[in-house]
Design a protein around this ligand. Structure first.
Ligand SMILES: NC(=O)c1ccc[n+]([C@@H]2O[C@H](COP(=O)([O-])OP(=O)(O)OC[C@H]3O[C@@H](n4cnc5c(N)ncnc54)[C@H](O)[C@@H]3O)[C@@H](O)[C@H]2O)c1
Length: 275
């Protein structure tokens, strides 16, 4: 195809892709699923529980969307998911490792307390879902992609996997008498994702399976004003991301537009890590 005849959107075409998104019931997973569905792809949403958004996608796109209940920490369930996906759509060609957990601001005091007392059980739980979950999904779905010699894996990371959380941001909570430090396990799990990505990118390079990380920053979700004030003053663009602002990067990493890109970390963070 030469440049005069090539339709301008071929570069970003995902209409033939079979996309598996873990954590589809959360804030961002559902956005990614809709972005792919709107562009003609077939999408499988995987999560420990369905959501209203997932039900609505199943209703609106019965031929191109279904939900599968599974935990990313359970290899047998993931293998069952692969069997179902293959039977209904074929082998996945895109895997978005998006499922993750973090300690919510309302978590018990020991979870958001000083590092010195951070509970081992919380560490194990977060590493299990965020890092082992991504490893197991790569092992099950990535291996099938490698066998089929086609695939793009997108491992969702975080600014807190590239740099440390800035504990001074949470001073406003300590000033009002709360014990609060952003905990360690989430950061450690997300930096683990970065080298899981590089390892597999090299390992599967000749098998036509690309593996990249997507590092993102905080998304606006009606957080309390005191938090928004400090967070937004720390971020160069001065605001949190809107919920749909990572769709473009996920589509890019899934599409032929990024076909020479593997083992990379695409950082979309409003400038957070530039400082
Ligand atoms: N939202 C943000 O501000 C932000 C910032 C940086 C990075 N991220 C990353 O983006 C991704 C999505 O974040 P989000 O805000 O949509 O999170 P979310 O909490 O809204 O959604 C996460 C989803 O993962 C699911 N999940 C949890 N454990 C699971 C398991 N064992 N198996 C399968 N599914 C499981 C949950 O049920 C939930 O639906 C995560 O990897 C997160 O670390 C988010």
């Amino acid at each position: 195809m030469d440049f005069k005849t090539m339709p301008s959107d071929v570069l970003f075409d995902v209409s033939q892709e079979i996309v598996l998104i873990t954590g589809v019931s959360g804030q961002l997973g559902g956005e990614y699923a809709k972005a792919f569905l709107r562009r003609g792809a077939r999408v499988v949403g995987l999560d420990v529980q369905p959501s209203a958004g997932s039900d609505s996608m199943a209703q609106n796109f019965p031929e191109r969307y279904f939900f599968h209940t599974a935990s990313v920490t359970d290899k047998v369930s993931l293998q069952d998911a692969l069997v179902e996906i293959e039977a209904r759509f074929g082998i996945p060609t895109v895997l978005v490792n998006n499922a993750a957990i973090d300690s919510p601001p309302s978590a018990p005091p020991e979870e958001n307390g000083p590092f010195e007392d951070y509970p081992e059980a919380s560490w194990d739980k977060v590493i299990d879902v965020n890092l082992k979950g991504a490893y197991l999904c790569c092992q099950v779905f990535g291996a099938a992609m490698a066998k089929a010699r086609k695939g793009s894996i997108i491992n969702v990371a975080s600014i807190y996997g590239v740099v440390s959380p800035d504990q001074s941001l949470y001073e406003y909570r300590r000033k009002r008498g709360e014990v609060f430090f952003k905990p360690v396990a989430y950061s450690a799990s997300k930096s683990g994702i970065l080298n899981l990505t590089r390892y597999l990118a090299v390992y599967w390079a000749k098998k036509n399976v690309r593996v990249n990380s997507l590092t993102i920053a905080g998304v606006f979700n009606n957080q309390e004003q005191a938090f928004l004030d400090v967070y937004c003053s720390r971020i160069p663009v001065g605001r949190m991301a809107n919920v749909d602002e990572y769709n473009g990067s996920v589509l890019f990493l899934a599409s032929p537009a990024s076909r020479y890109m593997t083992g990379a970390n695409l950082v979309i963070d409003g400038g957070w890590t530039a400082i």
